[in-house]
Design a protein around this ligand. Sequence first.
Ligand code: NAD
Length: 325
Amino acid sequence: MDKVKVAFVGCGGICNFHLSHLLQFDDVTYVGFMDIRPERAAEKAALAGGAKVFDDYVQMLDEARPDVLYICVPPDQHGFIEYEAIKRKIHFLVEKPMALNLKLAEEIRDAAAEAGIITAVGFQDRYLDIIEKTKEFLQGRQVGLVDGAWMGGIPGVYWWSTYATSGGQIVEQNIHLFDMVRYLFGEPARVYCAAARGLVKREGYDLHDYSSAVITFKNNIVATLFTGCYLDHNVPHKNGLHIRCVDSEIRYILRQSVELDTGDSVQLYKRQVDQGVTEDRTFLDAVKTGNPAIIRSPYSDACKSLALTLACNQSIATGQPVELN
Ligand SMILES: NC(=O)c1ccc[n+]([C@@H]2O[C@H](COP(=O)([O-])OP(=O)(O)OC[C@H]3O[C@@H](n4cnc5c(N)ncnc54)[C@H](O)[C@@H]3O)[C@@H](O)[C@H]2O)c1
């Protein structure tokens, strides 16, 4: 395949993100855009040089016959779209969180594997050059405690403020750091999460304003992750991870930089390469070469990060730790 035929379902903010990368590649043709708000699909289609706009994604898949589908809809809109892609053996990149119900995600995982299609989930941070440096530095080092945070305000998207539509901040947003600790430290055994409300006053909002999750990994590392959406000021330089090794420590500032500190010397690396470009290039290359092994977040792996974040919600609801298998 010289050119990859791409279609999008869901044409909001994250569609913009992927499209801005794909437009840098000369081996993509755009065969369809669909959104329940047709003006959004039309706007993205125009950016892509006048691609066709559809008002029904089933019709789009049948008529436009894309090689790959970007699924960029809100968290509560998954299921039918994936099944229609799987039925037609169309490879897809789906945004996190891939569903708000683990059973649905696991059924999609199994159906996609059965169909032999290539899947990727939008955990863009796995493609960061500074995370590659972090992984290299961690080789052979022993880690005890990790702490991290994703704190901010309420995002502007219409579906964010209820558990039913977004899954809450851990599942929708901080899932990036929950996925990152799995990427760096392996599989969790157990999680306990405490959360509270009262600082955010908004009509229709039913989320927790902040939470603290303690994750015990199978290798005994203990990570504590803060999540909060009650801030009225920006603190991007405070978000990230702090990893305490026996002989050193790592200070990762979310999507910006990492400091590798051995006590005698500190190496500072700033992000050089746009991880979103690497993420999308990797997905297209996997499809073109038929090699899914290069994808850093296939659907089957992402299900484990989804399970971890949904377990946090369960722990908040029950007040009990949740065992993970
Ligand atoms: N990977 C990342 O870093 C990252 C960043 C932002 C958002 N996201 C994820 O991407 C997803 C979308 O977020 P967004 O910020 O683009 O939201 P958004 O609201 O800006 O865009 C979603 C679009 O989907 C459309 N839509 C809703 N239901 C649909 C349906 N059934 N069929 C077709 N279109 C439908 C909406 O009209 C809207 O235009 C969310 O799951 C979010 O968590 C990921």
